[in-house]
Write a protein that binds this ligand. Structure first.
Ligand code: ADP
Ligand code: MG
Length: 679
């Protein structure tokens, strides 16, 4: 019954269309997806001895309800539920805030386990939840990423149900010799212990096994793709060198030495018959876009089409506008395709694309959707690579093309890490900024000094320059982010009226609304732009000289660096103002590092060091592909080992036929089915 695990979650009892949709939004389509939807943390539900608990520690206490619960209301919507809990011979106060419905579950004399936060001074517990007596044996409560459409409790219940019904079908994926070598858990036990660990050690062991499995699968995918690259013919792009040189002469500036060097590296790849799979790293503002333009032009002179894919519509539009100008005096035909291209325009565009009338197509993920057919695609460039999955190469291949691929990223990561984490790409680096740039002066102020910072902003505006203001990031709630941004922009508009105009940009706006605001900012009709982090990548407005970031300590260093890179693009002096009241020493250090260096590589290094000392920045911000379990930085050695193992497996011509590799081959086949490389 091997099919059951790959069956849609909808086949499970209790999963109707609505739940199926909610699960799909979380990336859960099959039962196997559900079983590998791992918790991001565990609540410690082990009953503790009161004498061993530290202040503010989260613990579970077990005792008897020793007093009638009392509900006190205060304010309009707030309330507090109090009762006494008898543990051994001592009585402790338990308080639940704003959970009045718990009244009904409590009775004097009843045995009870409560999870909450311990207040040592008062010897009392602020209750977070009452533990279901059925779960009393479970030592840890698994907490999953949930959403508005599906609750935590439902996910927990479904995973439990899925494991009970289908757990027996879980077979090992990692080949037995490797599993033995690294003493990995059998897959069934691993998945059990990821969800329902009996102890901290069990959870650590499960995570270790899951990390290796995930990295091995990733590296196997990379290796199989690479092998397919070797066995299928790549294209040789015979570009017109004279035309290319003439084109470079038309640019309004001289290329930096680093830009010339990487253009040469890429052009050599284009001419070579092998596939290009190259990563272009360059700090923000180092001028990657023009490098992209030059090499795309090269491909076009050889009669090929080129595609440039950006992670957001704003960025795609900006590239389209810039490149239309860059290519204005050439016969290159540039077009833009995004999710908001109107149906009629889209239809015409697709026809022109298939007929080979469009030379350069710029867009978002829409570039690789079904129905987009290229006549003769030779080169694909992805901007801000880390925002995409690792599979666009496969997706383009699926369209019947073998284009050369260049990925650009502004997040500097050490070369060894890049090569391993991106699946053995060649790496080019632009390690030099265009001449004449003034370093951005960064200052850090506490929130009670924000007003003096604003009077500085007023001076820059008075000098005819413009300002970005980025609003705090509020965890996991876009609605709150938007509210914050709206409130801040209203305040700032009051503050700067009637002299300057304040605009607002946030993720909930429609694409054409965003575009209108960006256009107004570019045209200096708006002087101060308040934004959530949608401007994070790529936006280029030379007249903007101040970047002010509220609650800066909530952002990772990499992201702050990206944001700061939005200014300092012209020849004027530029400034970055961080407003933050960091809660701990690390936060203070991070703010200080930002004021001390503008070098992306130094920052990346510091970021790693701080992570090493326990600071967890999202992997998303680190510029690396995101994994479910493994952390490519913290677990780099595992990633490297998995890479070597994948190499060794793929090097055996009959690896797919070997019994030990059966499950691995099977799952890769499913993953790469669309690519057709395994048959
Ligand atoms: P990024 O690498 O962050 O994508 P961009 O490609 O947006 O950087 O370039 C930043 C700015 O620098 C742009 O306004 C671009 O026109 C300009 N620029 C790029 N190369 C040079 C150069 N060699 N000399 C002067 N300005 C340059
Ligand atoms: Mg860029």
């Amino acid at each position: 019954m091997e099919t059951s695990l790959t069956a849609p979650v909808g086949t499970m009892t209790g999963v109707g269309p609505a739940r199926q949709k909610a699960l799909a939004e979380l990336g859960i389509n099959t039962i196997a997806d559900l079983l590998t939807y791992y918790p991001f943390r565990y609540d410690d539900l082990q009953v503790k001895d009161v004498n061993e608990i530290a202040d503010q520690e989260k613990v579970t206490l077990k005792g008897t309800v020793a007093s009638e619960p009392v509900l006190a209301r205060f304010g309009r919507k707030k309330n507090r539920l109090n009762f006494r809990l008898l543990i051994d011979h001592d009585v402790y106060m338990v308080t639940f805030f704003n959970q009045p419905y718990l009244m009904k579950q409590l009775e004097t004399g009843q045995a009870l386990a409560v999870y909450g936060k311990w207040d040592a001074k008062r010897s009392s517990l602020t209750g977070m939840k009452i533990i279901n007596p059925n779960n009393a044996e479970q030592a840890f409560g698994s907490i999953y990423p949930a959403s508005k459409s599906i609750r935590q409790g439902t996910i927990q219940k479904l995973i439990k149900q899925a494991f009970e019904t289908y757990g027996d079908q879980l077979v090992d994926i990692v080949p037995a010799p490797l599993a033995e070598k690294y003493r990995l858990l059998p897959r069934r036990q691993m998945i059990h212990d990821m969800h329902f660990p009996a102890s901290q050690d069990a959870s650590t062991a499960a995570r270790r096994s899951a990390t290796y499995e995930e990295f091995l699968l990733f590296q196997m995918q990379m290796q199989t793709l690479k092998q397919a690259d070797r066995t299928t013919d790549g294209i040789t792009i015979h570009y017109d060198n004279a035309k290319l040189k003439a084109f470079i002469k038309t640019l309004p500036f001289e290329l930096t030495g680093a830009q010339k060097r990487v253009v040469n590296e890429i052009c050599l790849d284009l001419k070579a018959p092998q596939h290009m799979n190259r990563l272009l790293q360059g700090d923000v503002g180092s001028g990657k876009t023009i490098v992209a333009a030059i090499v795309m032009y090269a491909a076009i002179t050889a009669g090929y089409q080129a595609a440039l894919m950006a992670p957001t519509e704003i960025l795609a539009e900006q590239h389209a506008n810039n490149l239309a100008q860059v290519f204005a005096d050439t016969d290159v035909n540039v077009a833009l395709l995004t999710g908001s291209t109107k149906p009629a325009a889209r239809k015409a565009l697709l026809a022109a694309l298939a007929a080979g009338e469009i030379d350069l197509l710029i867009g978002t993920h829409a570039l690789i959707q079904d129905g987009v057919e290229y006549a003769n695609l030779g080169l694909v460039i992805t901007d801000e690579q880390h925002r995409f999955g690792v599979n666009q190469r496969a997706e383009f291949r699926q369209k019947g093309h073998q284009p050369d691929a260049l990925a650009m990223t502004a997040t500097p990561i050490p070369r060894t890490l890049a090569i391993t984490a991106y699946g053995e790409m060649d790496v080019s680096e632009i390690d030099e900024l265009p001449a004449g740039r003034q370093p951005i002066q960064t200052t850090w102020v506490r929130s009670n000094q924000a007003n003096s910072a604003l009077s500085f902003v007023r001076k820059r505006l008075a000098a005819g320059e413009q300002t970005y203001v980025v609003t705090p990031l509020i965890e996991e709630s876009e609605t709150l982010d938007v509210k914050n941004a709206e409130a801040l922009s209203a305040n700032l508009q009051d503050y700067f009226a009637p002299d300057y105009k304040v605009g607002l940009l946030h993720g909930r706006m429609k694409p054409d609304e965003k575009e209108a605001v960006m256009a107004a900012f570019k045209a200096n009709e708006i002087q101060l732009l308040v934004s959530t982090t949608v401007i994070e990548v790529g936006v280029d407005v030379k007249n903007a000289t101040v970047m002010m970031i509220y609650d800066a300590d909530r952002f990772g260093l990499a992201q702050l660096h990206q944001l700061r890179g939005r200014v300092g693009r012209g020849s004027q002096a530029s400034y970055c103002i961080l407003v933050a009241d960091p809660k701990n020493e690390q936060g203070v250090q991070r703010m200080q590092i930002m004021t001390e260096t503008t070098n992306g590589f130094v920052l990346a290094q510091k970021d790693l060091e701080l992570r090493g000392s326990g600071e967890v920045l999202g992997v998303k911000q680190s510029g690396l592909p995101s994994f479910k379990v493994g952390d490519p930085i913290a677990d780099l050695n595992v990633l490297q080992v998995a890479q070597q193992d994948a190499h060794a497996i793929v090097a055996q011509p009959d690896w797919q036929q070997q019994p030990a590799n059966r499950a691995l081959a099977q799952i890769l086949k499913t993953k790469l089915a669309a690519v057709g490389t395994l048959d």
